[in-house]
Design a protein around this ligand. Structure first.
Ligand SMILES: Cc1ncc(COP(=O)(O)O)c(C=O)c1O
Length: 505
């Protein structure tokens, strides 16, 4: 008897019953032992990939008594960098590194070095940071509806640390507005199952109930179900452009119209698509409008550190009005430390990242983003045809440049295909509900030979798994178990164990 067999036997039960069983079972010593055994197995698999430098470099669990020589530190960092760069530079990674060109990186590094002490919290000392951030927001606002709404209001926003923070900020903004203007104390957000998990975080952090709506057969949110879910406590509806799992753009127009009719907020999550969709539209691709030209769109998130090609650590959150943005800000007037005001979650912030983001956007310009988008979408067309030529596989929905791939035949385990791709150096994303993996195409995949290598490796992997089903030492069984185990609390505990391993020296 193991966790897998127990869970298979119980999976037909309703969720509350399963949760009841799980709570009871957790206290049974035999079950605890079984869970420990599973955790040890997983830990052994994870340690291999998470801690490859153990025993190969000096390890520092405590401050060294005397400072380590700078040359040695730099040499060690250089060696680790050299070991890691191949995977992403040569285009084996889904998403992750969106530009990766050496000259571009060197340029951003120079800008970072010049600004490494900069902190936008101290705008008196670093007015350059203020200039960079104001201009980043304005440039992105201009991409999302010419910087003004059709009725002439200025689109405003802030620079945050990433997509998750942009989403957290927007959700907090709606919560605070609803409390202040409508007296709503039990706020709810409506979003598709596929909307990014950053919204779960927002729900958890800010006490906003999530109403998750199932996706349709096209992997989009079901608009009628959204309509039915609206009630007096609804503060915001969310649409993705596109979704992380399947790269599908929700019906933003219909959703934002619903929000407008009900006088509630609507957020377009364009963290992934913010720097692709506007340029695809200009290139003549058939893409829907996702931005402030739609009267119901009241906020957006667009990640400069993804397809904006900035260094990691920046994103932009935009609002339809200054009044709405005010609900995001934090001000303190009574603190002995003085008057305090801060626009986002962090206090002190890395001005160097905003400088590098500004420099990335300036140096690339509209022409550069158009060329980059065209290169990615051309590669996507080629890869789409390649995947479609493999009879056992299916692309989910009708995405533009992020392809989720599932198995068309029961006999082919897609996670084993994913494992086999990993043995060929590919770092793709395993997804579930339903079982699939995805590749988010970036400029790295537009390099000569990468698309063909992907298609050939995928064909070979499918053939290998067909000939050797069940033969994997990778994560396929873990994915399979995590997707089907009805004890979600146990899955969550396993993820926490993973994080514990991350922080082991
Ligand atoms: C659609 C979408 N929204 C939000 C996020 C969160 O962004 P980040 O990882 O920068 O916090 C992502 C990340 O991939 C995303 O794809």
């Amino acid at each position: 008897m193991n966790i897998e067999s127990i869970s298979k036997n119980l999976s037909w039960l309703p969720k509350p019953v399963i949760r009841f069983f799980e709570k009871r079972m957790k206290n049974i010593p035999a079950v605890q032992k079984m869970v420990e055994k599973e955790n040890e197995k997983l830990k052994a698999t994870l340690e291999h990939s998470l801690k490859p430098y153990r025993g190969k470099y000096d390890s520092y669990g405590k401050l060294p008594q005397l400072g380590v020589d700078r040359d040695k530190i730099l040499a060690d960092i250089q060696k680790m960098h050299d070991q890691e760069i191949g995977t992403w530079e040569n285009g084996f990674v889904s998403g992750g590194i969106y530009n990766g060109d050496r000259e571009h990186i060197d340029f951003l590094n120079k800008v970072y070095a010049l600004n490494s002490q900069s902190n936008p919290l101290h705008s008196d000392i670093f007015p350059s940071a203020t200039k960079f951030e104001a201009e980043i927001v304005s440039m992105v606002a201009n991409m999302m509806g010419q910087g003004r709404t059709p009725d002439g209001a200025q689109i405003v926003g802030c620079v945050s640390s990433g997509g998750t923070e942009s989403i957290l900020l927007a959700m907090k903004t709606y919560r605070d507005r609803a409390r202040e203007e409508k007296g709503i104390t039990a706020p709810e957000m409506i979003l598709c199952d596929t909307a990014h998990t950053a919204f779960d975080k927002a729900s958890h952090y800010f006490g906003i109930k999530q109403i998750r709506i199932p996706m349709t057969a096209e992997y989009k949110v079901d608009v009628d179900a959204v309509k039915r879910a609206i009630n007096r406590n609804t503060i915001v509806i969310v649409g993705s452009a596109p979704t992380f799992p399947h790269g599908i753009i929700d019906d933003i127009e219909a959703l934002s119209n619903l929000a407008l009719q009900h006088g509630i907020g609507f957020h377009t999550d364009a963290c992934l698509g913010g720097f692709i969709v506007p340029f695809a539209e200009k290139l003549g691709y058939k893409v829907p409008v996702i931005d402030f030209r739609l009267p119901g769109v009241t906020s957006m998130s667009a990640d400069t550190h993804k397809y904006g090609y900035a260094a990691k650590g920046t994103s932009v959150v935009l609002y339809r009005s200054e009044a709405l943005r005010h609900y995001q800000y934090y001000t303190t007037t009574e603190w002995p430390g003085g008057l305090y005001f801060s626009p986002t979650i962090a206090g002190s912030r890395p001005g160097a990242l905003s400088a590098a983001c500004w420099a990335a956007m300036l140096s690339i310009g509209e022409d550069g983003y158009l060329k980059a988008t065209k290169a990615i979408l051309d590669t996507a067309d080629y890869i789409r045809k390649g995947i479609q030529s493999i009879p056992e596989l299916e692309i989910m929905g009708d995405p533009l440049w992020i392809f989720a791939v599932k198995s068309k035949v029961d006999t082919l385990n897609i996670y084993e295909v994913l494992d086999h791709m990993s043995t060929r150096k590919w770092s793709l994303n395993g997804l579930h509900k339903p079982a699939c993996f995805h590749i988010a195409l970036t400029l790295r995949h537009t390099q000569p030979g990468v698309a063909d290598r992907f298609i050939n490796d995928l064909k070979d992997s499918v053939e290998y798994v067909k000939a050797n089903p069940g033969n994997t030492d990778g994560l396929a069984p873990v994915y399979g178990l995590a997707a089907t185990l009805p004890f979600r609390g146990m899955v969550s505990d396993i993820l926490k164990k993973y994080l514990d391993v991350v922080y082991e020296v």
